[in-house]
Design a protein around this ligand. Structure first.
Ligand code: URA
Length: 289
């Protein structure tokens, strides 16, 4: 059997994975040491985040092989530690084809929103930016509201901040199709100003309905407005981030907004810590480097 194509694909995946780590603030990966304990819990492994680390090339390859279903995970033989299905496996392969499934229910919700005029933002918008991704995702990202590019395309996080979010998702070993991405408000405020309280209040029920349909296990709140809306608080984002907030049906991890990270790249390291918390909540830390 010719595996040369697989190997090439794997090398491409490794490269992509390393580039995405770089984007999230990891500058360097050492190859001389393997520290299994820390690798299983990257959240308590600060050298990894600061970029002086302990990942070994072999381990990276193993992860990519695992992702591609090419090798059996070490953990599969461990009775006390049964394999966790990869995150993307929960969603139906073609959710849009499943009658009464998440896709259809989200479409019904979108229809209910209609040509919304529940707040003043309707007059300046081009599109209602409802949300995108896997309707049965275990992980939901919630941002603030559409910017210029999102308003133009009708898709959340497709501008510069969106590019960074996509890289953050990739660094977690996922793709945008594995998760769901939505915003607190669905219409762009003029001149990219902050959303007003009445605009958030008008839109919040639809976000809550999206959460009710998707039933994520973890919501990652991106930035102040998402964190405040979802956690019903006015505590500063820097105090809300760094921990897991249990809301009963789901957990919330708040982190900095990608647009803030573009302006403050030094904070990417802390954002990466938050994403690792998310991964831990989803059991991904056991499957990942
Ligand atoms: N910022 C957000 O909060 N949401 C988007 O969709 C784009 C930028």
């Amino acid at each position: 059997m010719d595996h040369s194509k697989d190997v090439l694909e794997m090398i491409k995946d490794v490269r992509e994975y390393l580039l995405s780590l770089k984007e999230t603030g990891v500058d360097e990966i050492g190859i001389e040491t393997v520290v299994t304990k820390e690798l299983k819990n990257p959240a308590c492994h600060p050298e990894f985040i600061s970029g002086s680390p302990t990942l070994q090339g072999q381990e990276i390859l193993k992860q990519v092989q695992n992702d591609r279903g090419m090798v059996q995970s070490d953990r599969e033989d461990d009775e006390n530690n049964p394999p966790i299905p990869p995150l993307e496996k929960r969603g139906k392969a073609c959710p849009e084809l499943v009658e009464g499934g998440g896709f259809e229910r989200l479409q019904m919700l979108r229809d209910k929103i209609g040509d919304c005029q529940r707040c003043k933002l309707w007059s300046g918008r081009t599109s209602i930016v409802f949300g995108t991704g896997n309707p049965e995702a275990r992980l939901l990202f919630v941002g603030e509201g559409p910017g210029r590019e999102e308003d133009k395309q009708g898709i959340p996080f497709v501008g510069r901040a969106g590019e960074l979010l996509t890289k953050m998702i990739t660094a977690m070993g996922l793709s945008r199709d594995d998760v769901y991405i939505a915003n607190v408000i669905k219409c762009r405020p003029p001149d990219n100003r902050n959303p007003a309280d009445d605009e958030i209040a008008a839109c919040k029920p639809f976000l809550q309905e999206q959460i009710g349909v998707i039933k994520p296990e973890v919501i990652c709140a991106l930035g102040t407005f998402a964190a405040h809306t979802l956690l019903d608080t006015t505590t500063r984002i820097s105090d809300l981030r760094g921990s897991v907030h249990d809301k009963g049906d789901y957990k919330i991890v708040a982190t900095f907004h990608p647009a803030y990270l573009l302006r403050n790249p030094n904070e990417k390291r802390r954002a990466w810590e938050d994403l690792q918390l998310v991964m831990k909540e989803l059991g991904m830390d056991k499957n990942i480097l």
